[in-house]
Unconditional design. Structure first.
Lengths: 311, 112
C-alpha cells in the first residue's frame, strides 16, 4: 500500500512543482535549485541508512559544479557537461570513499568535513586556476547544439532537474530494496554480525558512498548550470551542513523525503529572507530544532503518518 | 547503570565541562585571532583534527598533536603559504591511514 502511496505522492508533487513554476516564473529558479539539492541530499540519505553522517558532502557538489565551469568555455554542450560532472563526482567519491569507508560515526563525519575543507581551501587559494572567492562565471551553454533563449533555458533546466530527481529517486528506491541496500541498515545496527554472515561491510558502504558522490556531482552540475556562477562557497562546511539539515528536515524514511525537505527549505529561506532579512537563519535554526524535538521523521514522517491514519 | 552510576548525569557533567573548556579556550585565543560569527566552525574542525591525530581520549597525546599541527602550519606558512590551511588535514589523514586509532590511541575490540 505504501508503495502506491509513495508513487502517487511523487507524481502529485511533480505536477504541483510544474504548476507552481508555471504560475510563478520567478520561483522556477528556486525550485530548480531545490530539486538539484534534493538529488544531493538523496545521497546523504543513503549514508544515513547506514547510520553515517557525512559533514562534507558538498565537496562532490562543488566538484560537479566546477567541472561544468571549467569545461563550459571549450565544450558548451550541457547534455555532455551534466554526465561529466556526475563522472568527476563519482571518481572523487571512489578515491575518498576507499579511505573514509574504513571509518565510522564521528570519524566518518569529520574526515568528510576535513576533506571538503581541503577542497575548499584549494579552490580558494589557487587563484590562478579558480579565480579564488570571486568564482567563475559559467559560459553560455548549448542544449543539443542550439543556444536557447533565457526563458526556454530556464524551463529546460527545470525539466532536467525534475527528470533527474525522479530518475534518481526510483534508482535509490530500487537500491534500498535490494539486498545490498538492506545491508546498509545492518551497518547501522551491528556491523560485526553482518560480516559473520559473509557480507563485506566496507564494500557495501563504499558502494553507497560512490553512488551518493555520483548524485552529489550531478546536483553540482545542475546548480552550476542553473545559477551560472560557481564559488568555493559551494564546498564550504555550511553547504554540507545545509544538505544534512535538509535530510533531517525532509526525513530519511523515503526517497521522497529529500525533495520535500529541499523544497520546504528553499521556500522557507526565500520567504524568510524577504520578510525578515536579518533573522532568516534564526528562523531556519528554530525550524530544525522543532523538527528534531517534535517530528523526528521529518516532513515525510508527518505526511505519511497523516495519510496512514486516514486510509 | 548496573553499577549504580547515573550515565545521563555523567554525560551531562562531561558535556558541561567540555563546553566550559571550549569557552576558556576561546577566551584565551581571542586576543590573537580575528573574531567573526563563524569562528567556531573553523576551530571545531581543527580541534577534531588534533584529537583524531592523537587518538580519542588521549589527553597528553592531544597536547603533543596540537603542537605538531600548530608547528606544521607555521612551517607551511614559510614554505608554501597557499597550502597552510590544508596542512592539519594532511597530517591527520596521513596519521589515520597508518594508525586508524590515532598516534597514541589504543585499538578498540569490536562488539558483537
Amino acid at each position: 500500500m505504501s508503495r502506491h502511496l509513495e508513487a502517487g505522492l511523487a507524481v502529485l508533487g511533480a505536477v504541483a512543482l510544474v504548476l507552481v513554476a508555471w504560475a510563478a516564473p520567478w520561483l522556477k529558479f528556486v525550485l530548480t535549485l531545490a530539486l538539484a539539492k534534493g538529488i544531493a541530499v538523496l545521497g546523504i540519505l543513503l549514508l544515513l541508512r547506514a547510520g553515517q553522517v557525512s559533514f562534507g558532502h558538498a565537496m562532490f557538489l562543488a566538484v560537479g559544479a566546477y567541472t561544468v565551469a571549467f569545461l563550459a568555455p571549450e565544450m558548451p554542450e550541457a547534455l555532455l557537461l551534466l554526465p561529466l560532472g556526475a563522472l568527476f563526482g563519482t571518481a572523487l567519491g571512489l578515491v575518498v570513499g576507499l579511505f573514509v569507508a574504513r571509518y565510522r560515526d564521528i570519524f566518518f563525519g569529520m574526515l568528510n568535513l576535513a576533506l571538503s575543507m581541503v577542497l575548499y581551501s584549494l579552490l580558494e587559494k589557487l587563484y590562478a586556476l579558480t579565480k579564488g572567492t570571486d568564482g567563475i562565471r559559467v559560459a553560455g551553454l548549448t542544449f543539443g547544439g542550439v543556444q536557447p533563449a533565457r526563458e526556454t533555458q530556464e524551463w529546460i533546466m527545470f525539466a532536467l532537474a525534475l527528470g533527474l530527481a525522479l530518475g534518481f529517486g526510483l534508482l535509490v528506491r530500487a537500491y534500498l530494496g535490494s539486498p545490498m541496500g538492506r545491508a546498509l541498515a545492518g551497518i547501522k545496527t551491528r556491523e560485526t554480525r553482518l560480516e559473520f554472515m559473509g557480507v563485506p561491510a566496507r564494500r557495501v558502504l563504499l558502494f553507497a558512498y560512490v553512488l551518493s558522490a555520483c548524485m552529489g556531482g550531478t546536483a553540482g552540475a545542475l546548480v552550476a548550470m542553473t545559477s551560472r556562477h560557481v564559488t568555493p562557497q559551494l564546498a564550504y562546511w555550511t553547504s554540507s551542513g545545509e544538505l544534512v539539515f535538509i535530510a533531517i528536515l525532509g526525513g530519511a524514511g523515503s526517497a521522497l523525503g529529500p525533495f520535500l525537505g529541499a523544497v520546504a527549505f528553499e521556500l522557507v529561506r526565500v520567504y524568510a529572507a524577504a520578510q525578515v532579512a536579518d533573522a532568516w537563519q534564526m528562523i531556519l535554526g528554530g525550524v530544525l530544532l522543532a523538527v528534531i524535538l517534535f517530528a523526528p521523521g521529518g516532513v515525510w514522517g508527518i505526511l505519511s503518518a497523516r495519510l496512514k491514519t486516514r486510509t | 547503570m548496573a553499577m549504580g552510576i547515573d550515565a545521563t548525569r555523567v554525560t551531562l557533567l562531561t558535556f558541561t565541562f567540555g563546553a566550559a573548556l571550549a569557552a576558556f579556550g576561546g577566551a584565551l585565543a581571542s586576543p590573537t585571532t580575528s573574531l567573526v560569527p563563524g569562528v567556531g566552525a573553523q576551530t571545531i574542525v581543527l580541534s577534531f583534527a588534533v584529537v583524531a591525530t592523537a587518538g580519542l581520549g588521549q589527553i597528553e597525546g592531544a597536547a603533543v598533536s596540537a603542537l605538531l599541527i600548530g608547528l606544521g602550519r607555521s612551517v607551511a606558512v614559510y614554505f608554501a603559504p597557499e597550502f597552510e590551511v590544508v596542512v592539519p588535514y594532511i597530517i591527520m589523514v596521513a596519521v589515520l591511514l597508518v594508525r586508524p586509532q590515532g598516534l597514541f590511541g589504543v585499538p578498540e575490540t569490536r562488539r558483537v
